[in-house]
Design a protein around this ligand. Sequence first.
Ligand code: SF4
Ligand code: SF4
Length: 379
Amino acid sequence: MDNTEKEMKVTRRPYRNTDMTMPLLGFGLMRLPQKDGKVDYATAEKMVAKAMAAGCNYFDTAYMYHGGESERFVGDVLSKYPRDSYFLTSKMPIAMMNSASDNERIFKEQLERTKAGYFDFYFMHWLNAAHWEKAKSFGTLEFMKKMQAEGKIRRLGFSFHGEPETLEIIAKAFPWDLVQIQLNYLDWELCRSGEQYEVLSKLGIPISVMEPLKGGTLVRLTPDSKKIFEQANPNASIASWGLRYVASLPNIQVVLSGMSAIEHMEDNLRTFSPLVPLSDDERKVIAQALVAYRKSGAVPCTVCRYCSPCPVGVDIPRNLALLNQVKGGLPLFHAKLVYDAMQEDSRASSCVACGACKKKCPQSIDIPKYMKEIAATFK
Ligand code: SF4
Ligand code: SF4
């Protein structure tokens, strides 16, 4: 640890009108570093140590992240730290539930996996209109309140992907403690995230932000949009622009970054130690970069993989990433080499347009349409 790291302490914000403070940067455990198809414990453990040393002590996991490995990682690594030295959030996977009895079965499994004893925050995962109705029919909120009364949950919330109108209905249904929404400078209008921010802020509900960099999309960007940021400030990382955009909003309690490498962690810790809010001139730079990015026609895929597996084996995010690279200026023959090297089943040309993936995409991407475009591009 060098001197700079020793001094890094992330900015904290009070939680409502209490003495409790929370770090403005949280560690999202959805994209942990990988090695040989598994969580790379050696690297991820070092990242946790760096985060804890800088006071970045909010960790966000979920039953379905890394197929359950994320919660197990929490149990293996975070449980080595004193339980009151970190905040832990996990989530009930409403989409995976088949009956009311799943509330208890899944929650018990989560407590065992994480070895946490209790969750500081516990959410219903991925609410939208349909999942909210499902959660109501399974009595999930009542179950969560019961767990809270038993001391196994401290505060209740939900994560959300949907329209602001639906968010308002759910937000008004209970005095929630924290709500997680997708927010970044691209989605502010595209996914009506700005309206979602306003709904929650008016109700006085603190916000946890997921996808502040849209799954890395706002780091990869396009050459033209990157150039605008680099010219405005050659010393600032591209990621720092997106993170500061979100963290500068006053009703943000915590910004989750799904860091998957030590360098991401170090860069993000620097951005938040301390957080310097965006100036008006810097906001204009983001607006210019956004105009340049939109011109490319890139597909806003966050690589969350909620659309997968495809029944015929198409690797949807990989195909979309390749298309975005072409739109961003990668020569077609280079991209075609990569495409042709993919297994035949995983190529966009294998898509049979069944539409199963489209219903599951939180970004409402018309996946079959793009698979057709990609197949035609690489024919
Ligand atoms: S529409 Fe295409 S990509 Fe999507 S699930 Fe069906 S076959 Fe797979
Ligand atoms: S297409 Fe949609 S669901 Fe699939 S990885 Fe991209 S954003 Fe996620």
